[in-house]
Design a protein. Structure first.
Length: 96
């Protein structure tokens, strides 16, 4: 499928695919769902604990399915991100 110049330029600006990027993508979705950062689509902040929970669950699946196959840095990053997001979820749930 041929790409036009605009599509090619947009692809060149994307970071290279990586496990770390996958973790950060789900973490970013959770931060939007917590209302910490504006939704990139509409610019609004809205607390959606169901979406935050979903993003955390997706990271838990990654953790379970990749156990023993990650580099020490990847495993530490995933553990740290999950720890932080879980505490944010508990905090947000308590305020609701």
């Amino acid at each position: 499928m041929p790409e036009n110049a605009e599509q090619k330029n947009a692809l060149e600006k994307l970071p290279p695919p990586s496990f770390e990027l996958l973790i950060h993508t789900y973490a970013s979705q959770a931060l939007v769902a917590f209302g910490h950062v504006p939704n990139p689509i509409d610019g609004k902040r809205e607390v959606r604990l169901d979406l935050a929970h979903h993003a955390i669950d997706m990271l838990v699946i990654l953790e379970e399915k990749t156990k023993g196959n990650l580099t020490p840095n990847e495993a530490a990053l995933l553990e740290k991100v999950l720890h932080e997001l879980r505490f944010q979820y508990i905090d947000a749930s308590a305020r609701k």
